[in-house]
Ligand binder design. Structure first.
Ligand code: HEM
Length: 123
């Protein structure tokens, strides 16, 4: 689906700086999560940070363009399971809660990311 025309969700996430703090929190939570951290040992974390910020900005209606690879290509060969996917979502929720994002806004972002699941798991 095209990103929302209104930037209400982008604002609720705290705009550019809020999204940067959320993604930083997400990556810290992943680093502490023994269920999924092994997937990230060879990842380029600076690039991942930059692309995740762009993606969440765009999906929330902010003034960004996502310049990363497709979800299919970026997760190819990783054999990510539903459990891995759910673990990452949990880490994102914890990061958003820590930034004071209201639950309704959290759910709106998750609702935008959920359809990517099929492009990410078992690639
Ligand atoms: C809603 C769920 C997810 C979203 C929105 C997402 C998004 C992204 C984005 C934007 C990138 C960067 C693409 C690029 O470099 O051009 C990426 C890379 C990556 N993702 Fe995900 N991802 C999700 C789920 C997962 C899960 C569940 C795992 C593993 C447990 C995972 C592991 C990785 C790894 C390891 C990379 C880095 C690849 C590299 O640097 O070589 N992702 N993801």
């Amino acid at each position: 689906a095209p990103p929302p025309a209104e930037d209400e969700l982008y604002q609720a996430l705290g705009g550019q700086s809020g999204i940067e703090r959320i993604v930083e929190g997400l990556l810290i939570n992943i680093a502490d999560d023994e269920r999924i951290v092994s997937h990230f040992v060879d990842a380029d974390i600076d690039r991942l940070f930059e692309k995740l910020v762009e993606q969440i900005c765009m999906e929330s209606g902010g003034p960004c363009e996502y310049t990363g690879d497709s979800m299919e290509d970026s997760h190819a060969g990783m054999d990510i399971t539903e459990g891995d996917f759910n673990a990452l979502v949990e880490n994102l929720i914890v990061a958003m809660t820590a930034e004071g994002v209201p639950v309704t806004s959290q759910n709106r972002l998750l609702h935008r990311l959920a359809p990517m699941r099929g492009s990410i798991i078992y690639r």
